[in-house]
Design a protein around this ligand. Structure first.
Ligand code: URA
Length: 209
């Protein structure tokens, strides 16, 4: 079974509280999501493989650690996932960026795939799928389906707020992937929104309604 971790670093918790506030402006919301994503990248890359390399300091040669060759991809689920890309890429600058387009049918709440563009060597990469909200789990499950169908094997899912229902659904369908979230909230409401949550992450990031 993959990991499930709530990233409870005080800076992450503090910043998440700021963006939950309904009075947080679009500008602040976007900036803080960026910052949280950078902090999350630090946490979720803890188990990246290292290798020994020789380095020559001014005092002489020594063998020290460096991140080994495994390549990385950040894959946002459109559109809200885009808000987490730059912050993550700040710490993972060589990452390639894939995109998976899903929209949620407002009536059935079912996710529908409309766009998938990934690096051609996706099967060799460590993949960080990013989407701020893990609500029903529908889009996350479909995004992981889409990745696995194209050969992806090493997948971590990163979100800001998760609902228990979404975590359970994602873990049941894809038990092999790791899930990281900044918060595990109470529940979903009848409209499929996370409570207390932070509202519609896409609308708050992009100033739409
Ligand atoms: N998507 C969002 O943006 N917010 C929620 O609360 C649930 C799904």
């Amino acid at each position: 079974m993959g990991k499930f971790e709530v990233l409870d670093h005080p800076l992450i918790q503090h910043k998440l509280t700021l963006i939950r506030d309904k009075n947080c402006s679009t500008k602040e919301f976007r900036e803080i999501v960026n910052e949280i994503s950078t902090l999350m990248a630090y946490e979720v890359s803890r188990d990246m493989p290292l290798q020994d390399v020789e380095v020559e300091t001014p005092m002489g040669k020594t063998i020290k650690k460096q991140i080994s060759g495994k390549k990385v991809a950040i894959v946002p689920i459109l559109r809200a996932g885009l808000g987490m890309v730059d912050g993550m890429a700040e710490l993972l600058p060589v990452a390639r960026i894939g995109h998976i387009g899903m929209y949620r049918d407002e009536e059935t709440l079912k996710p529908t795939e409309y766009f998938v563009k990934l690096p051609s060597d996706i099967s060799e990469r460590q993949i960080f799928v990013v989407d701020p909200m893990l609500a029903t789990g529908g889009s996350a499950i479909m995004a992981v389906d889409a990745l696995k169908k194209r050969g992806a094997r090493d997948i971590k899912f990163c979100c800001l707020v998760a609902a228990p229902e979404g975590v359970e659904a994602l873990r049941e369908t894809h038990p092999d992937i790791d899930i990281y979230t900044a918060a595990l909230d109470e529940k979903l409401n009848d409209d499929g929104y996370i409570v207390p949550g932070l509202g519609d992450a896409g609308d708050r990031l992009f100033g739409t309604k």
